[in-house]
Unconditional design. Structure first.
Length: 400
């Protein structure tokens, strides 16, 4: 058991995050059309194309939910690296940096989305999908604003910018991640994985049989964040294990990862057991994908190409804003040009908006978070010894 040497920069993971974000964009673009909305929401295949693309391996191309699970595993891995470096931050410093990283861009984009929704929501597009009609379909209320301001993540208010549901879980796990990492550093990796898997499966099982509850809703993703942290802890061993495999074995594992990630296509089959397995399969697929990416030199060479890295840099802004771009364009242009042409314009427009947001909103927010982190930790180091000792006692960020 070892955390290995000082963590290096895994640039290929930025690119992987960017690819996952583009899958979410593709998912939402396709869901605008009734044919694909019926496939994704109800498992109804009305055309030969939907049958071909609706099942593995091609269903991976629009596996938005599986892409989010990849985000969660990546977050667990990257956040864990912070606590594997010498001089890990204090709990307050860590939290303020995560708030600046996640919440500041989030609240700005959500505010803009609410304003645009207020101006355009009266414009209807009845020819488009059931899923599309579920967005921007209510008036602004105090409870809606309160829900978004506090990132409560109530499903009934998730019609402004649908993808933000995952950011609610990101923020919740960020606030408790130092504690998770404290546990991961002190127990065997298999024990941490097994315990978090029990929590996730238990939460999923309970949610399927009872009303929605925020703790259970977030609990179903515990395995993903913990698995990412465990993989960071044993990253050297994982890289070595993958590189020692023969090419055929690596290809086989990659095929398994693709099939697991695209298994969401089976969530509407009659068999309850198959549906449950299909819901859980992307959890394992996301972890296996990350193992392969950090351990494969070929994958790193592909992912570290300039276009992939560029998309990776703007991936958070792309994920956060692309649906606002989609809804705005459709509401403005529907009836004036074919729907398919509007949707084809969404990806390049979303990329352009993401770049602007990254440069003028996300990057300044990151810089602010780093500055506040340094200030908090500097003040902590300069505090009197008795105060510093007390701070150390209550800090959840303490790592060996």
């Amino acid at each position: 058991m070892t955390s290995g040497p000082k963590p290096k920069r895994y640039e290929q993971l930025d690119a992987l995050r960017g690819i996952a974000a583009t899958v979410v964009v593709a998912d939402h673009c396709l869901m605008t059309f009734p044919t694909w909305s019926n496939v994704m929401l109800h498992g109804r295949h009305g055309t030969l194309l939907s049958v071909i693309l609706g099942y593995p391996p091609f269903s991976l191309l629009w596996a938005g939910d599986a892409a989010v699970k990849v985000f969660f595993v990546l977050s667990g891995f990257v956040l864990a690296l912070i606590f594997l470096r010498p001089g890990s931050p204090s709990y307050p410093a860590f939290c303020i940096k995560r708030v600046c990283r996640i919440y500041v861009p989030y609240i700005v984009v959500v505010t803009a989305a609410i304003l645009v929704m207020t101006m355009l929501s009266a414009r209807q597009a009845p020819a488009l999908s059931e899923w599309f009609q579920g967005s921007w379909n209510h008036k602004v209320s105090a409870s809606l604003l309160w829900d978004h301001l506090l990132m409560l993540g109530q499903t009934k208010y998730n019609f402004v910018d649908n993808p933000i549901w995952s950011l609610v879980h990101e923020m919740r796990y960020s606030l408790i991640f130092p504690l998770l990492m404290w546990i991961v550093l002190r127990v065997d990796g298999w024990t941490a994985l097994a315990g978090s898997l029990v929590i996730s499966v238990g939460a999923m099982f309970t949610l399927a049989r009872s009303g929605n509850f925020w703790l259970l809703d977030s609990g179903q993703y515990a395995f993903l964040f913990v698995a990412g942290a465990v993989l960071a802890k044993y990253r050297v061993e994982a890289e070595g294990a993958i590189r020692n495999l023969c090419p055929a074995a690596r290809i086989a594992l990659a095929a398994v990862a693709v099939l697991l990630l695209s298994a969401h296509a089976f969530t509407y089959v009659p068999s309850h057991a198959v549906r449950q397995a299909a819901s859980l399969a992307p959890h394992f697929g996301a972890v296996l994908l990350l193992v392969l990416v950090i351990g494969s030199t070929r994958a790193q060479q592909v992912l570290e190409r300039r276009p992939c890295l560029w998309v990776g840099r703007v991936s958070y802004s792309l994920y956060l804003s692309h649906l606002v771009v989609l809804l705005t364009l459709v509401h403005l242009l529907h009836g004036h040009m074919p729907a398919y042409f509007i949707i084809l314009c969404v990806p390049p427009a979303a990329m352009a908006v993401a770049y602007v947001l990254f440069r003028y909103l996300e990057r300044p927010a990151i810089t602010l978070g780093r500055a506040l982190e340094r200030r908090i930790d500097a003040a902590r180091r300069e505090a009197p010894a008795s105060v510093a000792d007390a701070t150390e006692e209550v800090s959840l960020a303490g790592a060996d």
